[in-house]
Design a protein around this ligand. Structure first.
Ligand SMILES: [Zn+2]
Ligand SMILES: [Zn+2]
Length: 606
């Protein structure tokens, strides 16, 4: 009897413990599907600056700006009144004396101070008073504010609608953080997503700088291959960006005085504003301005960029060794150098590691932009095709292409470096790209004329990403004629989120028959254009303009005021450069200045 009671008790205890295990496993899995559905959970690894990193006070509370807003400190915090306070007196003294009375030091101090919260120590760890806002849960558990932020960065709502918000995750990170630490967090995050979705595989979506984290992940955690279903790269910086390589090697266009006074600013702003600045800076001698820029660049390089391993990951492999020799050869930089050397290996092995994924049956896709010149900051800006921020051969895995605005050489034959099918035509219709030379010729999608930063504003790219992530229907660039290998740019966010909803909300019964008919026709045209994912350049813009016009006519919208750019300074800046090169006003001969004043007076009277 006693034995029976004991064995009964034992059986009961065993049953309880089994139930307990079952219960704890059940609370771990958070998805409605419990891990049994056709949609694989997806983790977005966003790009540089696409995470909120907030500035803190000494007591750990959020620091607020003068309007009471919290401060996202990417890429820095430019407190204008503090900068003016620091620079004003030395600037005035230097203008009056035409000598460097503390001016270059004040500028360097002010710029360094704008980045102080993003500095790292000699171990490569960010030391600033900042707090990363992250989302250690799916979009389903995010607050509305968090969702708005995430979808504002990467509009993948359509994927969430199909797979469920409990299948979508956003891996936030500090763009000025420690590369190896963030890769480790990413690996752990993937394990967490598997556990709480109940799925045994996940998709990852490395975007831009996120591509460098994917490089690190595959190199430092090769076993992650067992956790992955699909990888959808979007404009990934797999071999960095030559802008960053030029910065680290101090090959900067604006340190060339001729370009600084004539051309540099035109690449970054409207010509009228550029010419105005070019003219006004002549209040200082050119050597003084150049010295201030030079000292400031050196300060940023040594005090901020040299210690930041996330930024080092954006340095192209070809630029790494020279930059590391210049900035990381001192003994106190040994720890950082070891970390950047390690990432350099990950970068060199990037293609080989992607190939290992393919061998393991993982499907890998790449979505890239081209024919958009790099910003004219680094000396290499006009040497290769790019998307404004990253070189095409970095995003498109070694692809060969003509430069922006050029075409492949006369008589060029497709190389088929990585494509084994002789029937495939991988030359872009504009004769710029030979996709057969990229690592993934059959699964790389190209968008002509799209700029890097507006990638998320092209609804076709988001629809393509959704299609690639939600199920396995599309396996390559030939799967669906709606998503061809070569497509084109469009910036449709304003039309889809703004103009179209406004137009559809109009009560047409209150309009004249003629206006109502035009409004409906314009809506129909816009919807038809958006419904097509094969972009015909100019078509969406025309539909948007038609819709705008009728909305203005019926008084729903105000006519867009034509922004009149001032051209006043353009002639002056040109004349100054032709007559006096880069000389400041005080360096110009008296007769020349007289002539200049006469010219300005003539311009004003005109
Ligand atoms: Zn599921
Ligand atoms: Zn092919």
């Amino acid at each position: 009897m006693k034995k029976r009671i004991i064995s009964l008790l034992l059986a009961f205890a065993l049953l309880c413990s089994v139930c307990a295990i079952g219960a704890s496993a059940a609370t771990q899995v958070k998805t409605a599907c419990g891990g049994n559905c056709e949609h694989v959970p997806s983790i977005v690894i966003p790009g540089i600056g696409q995470s909120r990193v907030m500035l803190l006070n000494d007591d750990g509370t959020y620091k607020l700006d003068k309007d009471g807003h919290d401060i996202n400190c990417f890429p820095g915090y430019f407190d204008v009144s503090a900068i003016v306070k620091r620079v004003l007196v030395p600037a005035l003294l230097s203008i009056v004396t035409q000598q460097d009375i503390g001016f270059s030091k004040a500028v360097a101090d002010a710029v360094e101070n704008a980045f102080y919260m993003n500095k790292s120590d000699n171990n490569g760890k960010c030391t600033g008073p900042v707090k990363l806002e992250n989302y250690p849960y799916s979009l389903a558990e995010c607050t509305q504010e968090e969702k708005d932020y995430i979808y504002g960065c990467i509009p993948l709502q359509s994927y969430a609608q199909i797979a469920g918000e409990d299948h979508l995750y956003y891996f936030a990170y500090n763009s000025f953080g420690n590369n190896a630490d963030i890769v480790e967090e990413l690996y752990q995050f993937i394990q967490q997503v598997k556990a709480e979705t109940g799925h045994d595989k996940v998709n990852i979506v490395p975007i831009s700088m996120g591509g460098t984290l994917a490089n690190g992940l595959l190199e430092y955690h090769p076993e992650v291959i067992n956790d992955l279903h699909r990888v959808v790269y979007v404009v990934p910086a797999l071999d960095g960006s030559s802008i960053v390589g030029d910065v680290y090697n101090k090959r900067l266009t604006f340190l060339d005085p001729d370009y600084l006074y004539h051309g540099f600013l035109e690449g970054l702003m409207d010509p009228g504003t550029a010419a105005m600045i070019e003219t006004l800076v002549r209040i200082l001698p050119d050597r003084l301005l150049l010295k201030a820029l030079d000292v400031t660049v050196d300060r940023l390089l040594t005090e901020v960029f040299a210690n930041c391993t996330m930024l080092w990951a954006l340095c192209p492999s070809a630029d790494y060794e020279s930059a590391a020799a210049a900035l990381l050869s001192a003994p106190e930089k040994a720890v950082i150098k070891a970390q950047t050397d390690r990432y350099y290996q990950a970068q060199l092995h990037s293609h080989a590691n992607i190939r290992k994924m393919l061998d393991a049956g993982i499907e890998v896709f790449d979505v890239v932009d081209y024919d958009f010149p790099l910003y004219n900051v680094g000396a290499s800006w006009n040497r290769e095709n790019a998307d404004g921020v990253i070189d095409l051969n970095s995003t498109a895995m070694g692809v060969y292409s003509a430069n922006c605005g050029e075409t492949l050489p006369e008589g060029y034959a497709q190389q088929n470096t990585h494509c084994a099918n002789p029937d495939h035509n991988h030359i872009s219709p504009d004769n710029v790209v030979d996709a057969s030379t990229g690592l993934l010729p059959d699964t790389t999608f190209y968008f002509d004329g799209q700029g890097h930063e507006s990638t998320g504003r092209n609804d076709v790219i988001m629809k393509l990403a959704t299609a690639l992530l939600a199920d396995d229907r599309i396996t390559d660039v030939y799967s669906d004629p709606n998503f061809p290998q070569f497509n084109a740019a469009r910036d449709s966010k304003g039309l889809i989120n703004g103009t179209l909803p406004a137009a559809k909300a109009v009560d047409q019964s209150k309009l004249s028959a003629e206006d109502a008919a035009e409004l409906q026709a314009a809506i129909d045209e816009a919807e038809a254009v958006i419904a097509s994912t094969v972009v015909e350049p100019g078509k969406m813009e025309a539909a948007a303009a038609r819709l705008d016009a009728i909305l203005v006519k019926i008084g729903v919208r105000e006519a867009r005021s034509e922004k009149k750019e001032s051209t006043f300074f353009i002639g002056i800046s040109d004349a100054l450069y032709k007559g006096f090169g880069t000389a400041g006003f005080s360096q110009m001969p008296f007769v020349g200045v007289q002539r200049l004043f006469a010219a300005v007076l003539a311009l004003i009277r005109r």
